[in-house]
Design a protein. Sequence first.
Length: 230
Amino acid sequence: MDWFSPEQYEHLWSELFPVIQTAFVPYTTIPTTTELDVLRGQNMNKRMIDFMRRTYNPTPPARIIETQVSDRERGLRHKMSERIRRNRERESYSALHSILPPGTKNSKKGIVDRADKSIRELQSYKEALERQNNELEAQLAAMEENGGGRKIRLSVPNPTSVVDSMLEVLKCFKCLGFKIRNIQSKLHDQELVIVVDIETEIGADEVKTAVERILEDGGRKLLFNYLSEE
């Protein structure tokens, strides 16, 4: 029987029964929770200090004073602008209130409501006046078509006096009994043109015949050599 030394025995035992590798680590090598917290706290403090160093930029005292002054001036300008705006608004409301009917409330709402009502009333009045104007124009056109008015044009070559010619025309139409509504004259190239707007119920041919008959009396035919209807 062979005898083995203790070293040979351990070597043989390790070959016959190899040690199975495990994840077991001795307890003393694992850091405790307190140590981890301390490390994390130190790491966070370092990062915070680095962040503050990068971002912290102290403002000089002069810059602080300038900022305070500019803020104060900005506030004063805002107050002045607001005061001016309110004064203008108050003046506008006062001017509007002065042209509104008596009894209008002096409040902003009362002024706006009454102004809105007045605008609507004026719009209605305007539409009514436009309708009346259209009706009157239609009636006037019908009267002119039915002989209600005539425009007579007379030409006077080389007039010696514009005033005398106008007076002669007025006498002529007065003798005929026509009512003159308007008379206009224009001197151009030594020729006086007179346009007379008369009110009459007779036709155009009758007016022309009557005027020509009057012009033939007393040398008027020498004064007026051209007669036509406008």
